[in-house]
Design a protein around this ligand. Structure first.
Ligand code: C5P
Length: 222
Protein backbone atom coordinates (compact mmCIF):
# COMPACT_ATOMS: atom_id res chain seq x y z
CA UNK A 1 0.00 0.00 0.00
CA UNK A 2 1.27 3.41 -1.04
CA UNK A 3 0.86 5.09 2.36
CA UNK A 4 2.50 2.25 4.35
CA UNK A 5 5.45 1.35 2.10
CA UNK A 6 7.58 0.16 5.06
CA UNK A 7 4.98 -2.26 6.46
CA UNK A 8 6.76 -5.19 8.14
CA UNK A 9 10.22 -3.61 7.83
CA UNK A 10 12.70 -3.13 10.66
CA UNK A 11 14.27 0.31 10.64
CA UNK A 12 17.25 1.24 12.83
CA UNK A 13 18.04 4.94 13.23
CA UNK A 14 20.79 6.72 15.15
CA UNK A 15 20.22 10.31 16.23
CA UNK A 16 21.55 13.19 18.26
CA UNK A 17 25.04 14.10 19.41
CA UNK A 18 27.45 11.96 21.39
CA UNK A 19 29.11 13.03 24.62
CA UNK A 20 32.80 12.16 25.13
CA UNK A 21 33.94 12.48 28.76
CA UNK A 22 37.20 14.21 29.68
CA UNK A 23 36.76 13.77 33.43
CA UNK A 24 33.80 13.30 35.83
CA UNK A 25 32.40 16.77 35.10
CA UNK A 26 33.43 17.66 31.52
CA UNK A 27 32.75 16.35 28.03
CA UNK A 28 33.15 17.11 24.31
CA UNK A 29 29.98 17.28 22.23
CA UNK A 30 28.40 19.13 19.26
CA UNK A 31 25.31 21.16 18.31
CA UNK A 32 23.16 18.28 17.05
CA UNK A 33 19.60 18.53 18.43
CA UNK A 34 18.49 15.06 17.29
CA UNK A 35 15.42 16.57 15.56
CA UNK A 36 16.12 15.07 12.12
CA UNK A 37 16.68 11.55 13.47
CA UNK A 38 13.59 11.69 15.72
CA UNK A 39 11.49 12.97 12.80
CA UNK A 40 12.79 10.09 10.66
CA UNK A 41 11.82 7.60 13.39
CA UNK A 42 8.27 8.99 13.41
CA UNK A 43 8.09 9.00 9.60
CA UNK A 44 9.26 5.36 9.36
CA UNK A 45 6.81 4.34 12.12
CA UNK A 46 3.95 6.09 10.29
CA UNK A 47 4.90 4.22 7.09
CA UNK A 48 4.43 0.90 8.90
CA UNK A 49 7.96 0.04 10.05
CA UNK A 50 8.96 -1.20 13.48
CA UNK A 51 11.57 1.34 14.57
CA UNK A 52 14.55 1.26 16.92
CA UNK A 53 15.98 4.70 17.68
CA UNK A 54 19.50 4.76 19.17
CA UNK A 55 19.85 8.24 20.58
CA UNK A 56 22.58 10.33 22.15
CA UNK A 57 21.53 12.90 24.78
CA UNK A 58 18.73 15.18 23.47
CA UNK A 59 15.95 17.37 24.90
CA UNK A 60 13.32 15.67 22.73
CA UNK A 61 10.33 13.62 23.95
CA UNK A 62 10.57 9.89 23.09
CA UNK A 63 8.50 9.20 19.94
CA UNK A 64 5.44 7.04 20.59
CA UNK A 65 5.63 3.37 19.55
CA UNK A 66 9.35 3.59 18.85
CA UNK A 67 11.90 1.48 20.74
CA UNK A 68 14.26 4.11 22.20
CA UNK A 69 17.79 3.06 23.19
CA UNK A 70 19.64 5.83 25.03
CA UNK A 71 23.43 6.09 24.79
CA UNK A 72 26.02 8.76 25.59
CA UNK A 73 29.38 8.08 23.98
CA UNK A 74 30.36 7.21 20.41
CA UNK A 75 31.60 3.84 21.71
CA UNK A 76 28.21 3.12 23.32
CA UNK A 77 26.43 4.17 20.13
CA UNK A 78 28.70 1.87 18.12
CA UNK A 79 27.84 -1.13 20.35
CA UNK A 80 24.10 -0.37 20.35
CA UNK A 81 23.92 0.03 16.55
CA UNK A 82 26.19 -2.86 15.53
CA UNK A 83 24.32 -5.27 17.85
CA UNK A 84 21.05 -4.50 16.00
CA UNK A 85 22.17 -3.76 12.43
CA UNK A 86 22.13 -7.25 10.88
CA UNK A 87 18.55 -7.79 12.05
CA UNK A 88 17.46 -4.51 10.40
CA UNK A 89 16.24 -3.90 6.86
CA UNK A 90 17.25 -0.23 6.86
CA UNK A 91 19.87 1.71 8.83
CA UNK A 92 19.79 5.51 8.83
CA UNK A 93 22.85 7.11 10.47
CA UNK A 94 21.50 10.54 11.39
CA UNK A 95 23.61 10.95 14.54
CA UNK A 96 26.41 13.49 14.82
CA UNK A 97 28.96 11.00 16.12
CA UNK A 98 32.14 12.44 17.60
CA UNK A 99 35.01 11.86 15.16
CA UNK A 100 37.52 11.97 18.03
CA UNK A 101 37.28 11.12 21.72
CA UNK A 102 39.71 11.90 24.56
CA UNK A 103 42.52 9.33 24.48
CA UNK A 104 42.09 9.04 28.25
CA UNK A 105 39.20 9.91 30.55
CA UNK A 106 40.59 11.17 33.89
CA UNK A 107 38.94 9.63 36.93
CA UNK A 108 39.40 12.86 38.92
CA UNK A 109 38.55 16.40 37.85
CA UNK A 110 41.38 17.85 35.74
CA UNK A 111 43.17 20.64 37.65
CA UNK A 112 43.81 24.13 36.29
CA UNK A 113 47.55 24.60 35.74
CA UNK A 114 49.44 26.53 32.99
CA UNK A 115 48.14 29.19 30.58
CA UNK A 116 47.61 26.63 27.82
CA UNK A 117 46.40 23.04 27.91
CA UNK A 118 46.56 20.23 25.34
CA UNK A 119 44.02 17.48 24.77
CA UNK A 120 45.05 14.21 23.15
CA UNK A 121 42.20 12.72 21.11
CA UNK A 122 41.79 9.34 19.46
CA UNK A 123 39.68 8.62 16.36
CA UNK A 124 36.35 6.86 17.01
CA UNK A 125 35.09 3.95 14.92
CA UNK A 126 32.97 4.90 11.91
CA UNK A 127 29.61 3.30 12.77
CA UNK A 128 28.09 3.99 9.35
CA UNK A 129 31.01 2.50 7.39
CA UNK A 130 31.07 -0.57 9.65
CA UNK A 131 27.33 -1.17 9.21
CA UNK A 132 27.76 -0.88 5.43
CA UNK A 133 30.61 -3.43 5.62
CA UNK A 134 28.56 -6.08 7.48
CA UNK A 135 28.03 -9.36 5.70
CA UNK A 136 24.24 -9.12 6.08
CA UNK A 137 23.93 -5.38 5.61
CA UNK A 138 20.76 -3.31 5.85
CA UNK A 139 19.95 -0.68 3.20
CA UNK A 140 22.38 1.88 4.56
CA UNK A 141 21.73 5.63 4.55
CA UNK A 142 24.22 8.25 5.76
CA UNK A 143 24.14 11.97 6.36
CA UNK A 144 26.75 14.51 5.38
CA UNK A 145 26.76 17.92 7.03
CA UNK A 146 29.08 20.22 5.13
CA UNK A 147 30.14 23.85 5.06
CA UNK A 148 31.85 23.68 1.63
CA UNK A 149 31.80 21.47 -1.52
CA UNK A 150 28.60 19.65 -0.50
CA UNK A 151 28.19 17.50 -3.62
CA UNK A 152 31.83 16.42 -3.88
CA UNK A 153 32.05 15.39 -0.21
CA UNK A 154 28.66 13.64 -0.34
CA UNK A 155 29.60 11.60 -3.42
CA UNK A 156 32.96 10.76 -1.89
CA UNK A 157 31.26 9.47 1.29
CA UNK A 158 28.68 7.49 -0.71
CA UNK A 159 31.48 5.64 -2.52
CA UNK A 160 34.11 5.41 0.24
CA UNK A 161 31.71 4.19 2.95
CA UNK A 162 29.86 1.96 0.43
CA UNK A 163 26.43 3.49 1.23
CA UNK A 164 23.14 2.92 -0.57
CA UNK A 165 22.16 6.57 -0.14
CA UNK A 166 23.49 9.79 1.36
CA UNK A 167 21.52 12.86 2.45
CA UNK A 168 23.66 15.97 2.47
CA UNK A 169 22.88 19.32 4.04
CA UNK A 170 24.60 22.65 4.45
CA UNK A 171 25.49 23.58 8.02
CA UNK A 172 26.48 26.98 9.34
CA UNK A 173 24.09 28.70 6.89
CA UNK A 174 21.39 31.25 7.81
CA UNK A 175 18.73 28.52 7.71
CA UNK A 176 18.71 24.76 8.18
CA UNK A 177 21.19 22.34 9.70
CA UNK A 178 21.97 21.27 13.25
CA UNK A 179 19.96 23.37 15.69
CA UNK A 180 17.18 24.36 13.31
CA UNK A 181 13.55 23.18 12.98
CA UNK A 182 13.91 23.37 9.21
CA UNK A 183 16.32 21.81 6.76
CA UNK A 184 16.90 21.06 3.07
CA UNK A 185 18.67 17.98 1.68
CA UNK A 186 20.53 16.95 -1.46
CA UNK A 187 20.09 13.19 -1.68
CA UNK A 188 22.46 11.03 -3.75
CA UNK A 189 22.54 7.33 -4.61
CA UNK A 190 24.38 5.34 -7.24
CA UNK A 191 22.91 6.60 -10.50
CA UNK A 192 20.57 9.25 -9.15
CA UNK A 193 19.95 12.31 -7.05
CA UNK A 194 17.06 14.37 -5.74
CA UNK A 195 16.87 17.76 -4.06
CA UNK A 196 14.44 18.01 -1.13
CA UNK A 197 13.61 21.69 -0.65
CA UNK A 198 13.83 23.64 2.62
CA UNK A 199 10.90 22.71 4.87
CA UNK A 200 10.09 21.61 8.43
CA UNK A 201 12.11 18.59 9.61
CA UNK A 202 8.98 16.39 9.97
CA UNK A 203 7.92 17.04 6.37
CA UNK A 204 11.48 16.59 5.16
CA UNK A 205 11.71 13.31 7.10
CA UNK A 206 8.50 12.09 5.39
CA UNK A 207 10.00 12.87 1.96
CA UNK A 208 13.36 11.26 2.70
CA UNK A 209 11.69 8.15 4.15
CA UNK A 210 9.45 7.87 1.06
CA UNK A 211 12.55 8.17 -1.13
CA UNK A 212 14.32 5.44 0.87
CA UNK A 213 11.28 3.15 0.45
CA UNK A 214 11.24 3.91 -3.30
CA UNK A 215 14.98 3.17 -3.78
CA UNK A 216 14.70 0.03 -1.66
CA UNK A 217 11.81 -1.21 -3.85
CA UNK A 218 13.76 -0.32 -7.00
CA UNK A 219 16.66 -2.45 -5.76
CA UNK A 220 14.48 -5.49 -5.09
CA UNK A 221 14.27 -7.83 -8.08
CA UNK A 222 10.95 -9.65 -8.04
O1 C5P B 1 32.55 11.32 7.47
P1 C5P B 1 31.44 12.04 8.17
O2 C5P B 1 31.58 12.00 9.68
O3 C5P B 1 31.16 13.41 7.67
O4 C5P B 1 30.15 11.17 7.80
C1 C5P B 1 28.90 11.49 8.34
C2 C5P B 1 28.07 10.25 8.43
O5 C5P B 1 28.83 9.22 9.07
C3 C5P B 1 26.83 10.43 9.27
O6 C5P B 1 25.80 9.60 8.75
C4 C5P B 1 27.28 9.96 10.65
O7 C5P B 1 26.21 9.49 11.44
C5 C5P B 1 28.25 8.84 10.30
N1 C5P B 1 29.34 8.62 11.26
C6 C5P B 1 29.38 7.45 12.00
N2 C5P B 1 30.41 7.22 12.88
C7 C5P B 1 31.39 8.11 13.04
C8 C5P B 1 31.38 9.31 12.28
C9 C5P B 1 30.34 9.53 11.41
O8 C5P B 1 28.47 6.63 11.87
N3 C5P B 1 32.37 7.85 13.91
Amino acid sequence: PAERPLQGMKVLISAGPTREPLDPVRYLTNRSSGKMGYALAEAARDMGASVILVSGPTQLPPPAQVDLVRVETAAEMYEAVIARAEASDIYIGAAAVADYTPAETQSEKIKKRGDTATLVLRKTRDILAEVAALEKRPFTVGFAAETVDLEAYALDKLARKNLDMIAANWVGQAEGGFDSDRNALEVFWKGGREALAMTGKKRLADRLTALIAERLQAGVVV
